[in-house]
Design a binder for this molecule. Structure first.
Ligand code: DQA
Length: 146
């Protein structure tokens, strides 16, 4: 049986819609949650949707996903560029991982060009705004049902 896909959001993404809307858009995280739920249902999947500003809490959720989830869609936000702990946890979970970013991180400051998450992800979707989460779920469905 396919378990829910963990959709995990890192720091400051709780402020989506009001935080730098010229970069991240005006869609709120609640809008993203609802779009993910609807898209997942149409793909025959379900989602566990979380956001945390705390690295350790994100690590806990990733560790739990080994038994509780069939895949992870992750926007680790700023931790993408800094967190060996999140990379190590992802490496251990043994389920497919799709990395997502709202902005095209490669068009931005050089410190955003390196992602620890990419080194352990099946693939990366960035630059398509909040639509990227739905694209990530489509990719996840293809991986799970391949
Ligand atoms: C982000 C890009 C990161 O560099 C940044 O720190 C974020 C959001 C994105 O979705 O575009 O918080 O992950």
């Amino acid at each position: 049986m396919v378990k829910p896909v963990l959709v995990l959001n890192g720091p400051n993404l709780n402020l989506l819609g009001v935080r730098e809307p010229e970069i991240y858009g005006t869609t709120t995280l609640e809008d993203v949650r609802s779009a993910c739920t609807t898209r997942a249902e149409s793909l025959g999947l379900s989602v566990d949707f979380h956001q945390s500003n705390h690295e350790g809490e994100l690590v806990d959720l990733i560790q739990r996903s080994k038994t509780d989830n069939s895949g992870i869609v992750i926007n680790a936000a700023a931790y993408t560029h800094t967190s060996v702990a999140i990379m190590d946890a992802l490496k251990m979970c043994g389920i497919p991982i799709v990395e997502v970013h709202l902005s095209n991180i490669y068009q931005r400051e050089p410190f955003r060009h390196h992602s620890y998450v990419s080194s352990v992800a099946n693939g990366v979707i960035c630059g398509f705004g909040s639509k990227g989460y739905e694209l990530a779920l489509e990719a996840m469905e293809q991986i799970i049902n391949a």
